[in-house]
Design a binder for this molecule. Structure first.
Ligand code: HEM
Length: 487
């Protein structure tokens, strides 16, 4: 569309939006650039919580950009159910963010829609199902053991020359965890073990970190791409784009190499329910080229960011809550580390405090704090008409902290909310944490676009937390330091 055609269209749309605004009676956030505010908040999602608290009881809160487009924050659990489950077919991920994420990370499952999405998700099939992930626990445990050994070595090196102390030291948990996650996910996604190549997982993690860095440039680029018309964005000269392309090319080559190696070594998959890597499963169940598989692999590998962030927050909460740390250590040592105990998935998945802890960390610090959808046709959520092309935000961060849902301790770290006690004082895990609807707790989202790797993520979190707490005591290096995501 030429500029001369766009300007009248833009003006027409602007003027008509003053006369017809279907959301004019809804709670409204005043001002412009609210989308930018939302994207730049240091705790992603904090702005949405602020808005929900400013309009208590409102099912929908809206804001407008340039007085033109309506953006809705959906704050009602039943309406969220409509968007994610009942009417999921009426909502898609908006095109612009999909284009950008696809450009950054490959055109994988997370950015596909419609038939393509169904085909890709089907092809991943059993490789990501709970049964298959359970047979993957021994690999995760072995990797975690090696990782703990490396941390201990690093602390011993810091102690060299000092006498009479047990191993203690300062450890950058964020960095260590990211390398571990790249290694674990590399095996599960590609069937390839970067852990056996010195430094490989560091290279992969650093490459992804640069592509996904929540820097001002990346956020600015993302936001204007999301909010402004494409022809305006295309006028801005970006050096950013070519840097991203070269990093992405490097990642693609690594993935292609691994896929080719794994295809060369491929044995017939006799029982597709057992122990297949995700890419093997896709290769087996769908007609994908090596290049398409490598795009999928890249996009899946980028998933290491979410569990890394979740585990960073696990360390943070443990380091802040010494009493809880002690309780969890007792549970882990008595069930997993004492002589005669088994480190089987059955035991690990049944530990109440460990599982309650993982749920609580994901409640307070959901790595994917806000999700965006766009209506692709006129539809209805709850009793509200939503015209086509309306953009909706769903905030796990805000929903998971609301006092009216989680009680006055909604902002507090309190893992015990996930435990029920029987008359003998024995704890068992409950599924709701005191909330009345599953749509108040959605770190992995719900419905057909829910996280495909939820079971893998939980398995990784359980094993890393159990390993760390069983072996080490943690405290913050500087307890007064304010923690910001992206620091
Ligand atoms: C604690 C860890 C994780 C959390 C909290 C998490 C959370 C989420 C959420 C909320 C979504 C939905 C996003 C949306 O639709 O807007 C999602 C989707 C997805 N996640 Fe995860 N994730 C985690 C780990 C992982 C890992 C380890 C991988 C890869 C191995 C992964 C791969 C994906 C993919 C491919 C999708 C897109 C699914 C689809 O659209 O059908 N995630 N994740």
């Amino acid at each position: 569309m030429s500029v001369s055609a766009v300007v009248p269209w833009f003006l027409c749309d602007w003027v008509s939006s003053f006369f017809y605004d279907p959301f004019r009676d809804f709670a409204t956030i005043k001002g412009n650039f609210n989308s930018l505010r939302l994207a730049c908040a240091s705790a992603r999602g904090a702005t949405t919580l602020e808005w929900i608290r400013a309009f208590p009881g409102q099912p929908i809160i809206r804001w407008r950009e340039l007085g033109l487009r309506n953006y809705l924050l959906v704050a009602d659990e039943e309406m969220i159910r409509d968007v994610l489950v009942n009417k999921a077919i009426d909502f898609e991920k908006p095109q612009m963010p999909r284009t950008i994420v696809g450009r950054l990370l490959g055109r994988g499952l997370a950015v596909s829609e419609g038939h393509e999405h169904r085909k890709q998700r089907f092809a991943m099939g059993p490789s990501v199902a709970a049964k298959n992930i359970r047979s993957f626990y021994p690999v995760i445990i072995e990797k975690v053991d090696r990782f703990l050994g490396q941390i201990e070595e690093s602390m011993c090196r810091q102690q060299a020359g000092k006498e009479g102390k047990s191993a203690e030291g300062v450890v950058d948990m964020d960095g260590w965890i990211r390398y571990l996650m790249v290694e674990i996910i590399g095996v599960k996604v590609l069937g390839h073990d970067w852990g056996v190549e010195p430094g490989a997982q560091e290279k992969v993690a650093e490459c992804f970190a640069r592509v996904l860095d929540p820097s001002v440039t990346n956020i600015f680029y993302f936001t204007i791409y999301n909010v402004w018309p494409r022809w305006i964005v295309s006028l801005v000269p970006w050096s950013h784009g070519s840097l991203t392309d070269s990093l992405k090319d490097r990642l693609r080559v690594w993935c292609l190499d691994s896929i080719k190696r794994s295809q060369d070594n491929k044995n017939e998959i006799e029982n597709e329910n057992i122990d297949t890597s995700v890419i093997e499963s896709m290769d087996h169940r769908g007609d994908f080229t090596a290049s398409e598989l490598s795009e999928q692999a890249m996009a899946l590998l980028a998933g290491f960011e979410s569990p890394s962030l979740a585990l960073f927050w696990c360390c943070f909460e443990l380091a802040r809550h010494h009493e809880f740390q002690e309780k969890l250590r007792t549970e882990v040592r008595s069930h997993l580390l004492a002589e005669g105990c088994s480190q089987k998935w059955e035991t690990i998945e049944a530990l109440p405090l460990l599982n309650a802890f993982c749920r609580e960390v994901l409640r307070l610090h959901p790595p994917v704090s806000v999700t965006i959808r766009q209506s692709v046709r006129d539809t209805v959520i709850g009793d509200v008409d939503v015209p086509a092309n309306t953009r909706l935000f769903i905030s796990a961060y805000a929903m998971q902290r609301r006092h009216d849902i989680w009680g006055p301790r909604g902002d507090e770290f309190w893992p015990e909310r996930w435990l029920d006690l029987d008359e003998n004082g024995n704890a068992s895990l409950n599924q709701m944490g005191g909330a009345t609807s599953m749509f108040a707790y959605m770190p992995f989202l719900h419905g057909r676009r829910a996280c495909v790797a939820k079971e893998l993520a939980y398995a990784g979190m359980r094993c890393v937390v159990a390993g760390l707490i069983g072996r080490f005591a943690m405290e913050l290096q500087d307890s007064a330091q304010e923690v910001k995501v992206g620091d």
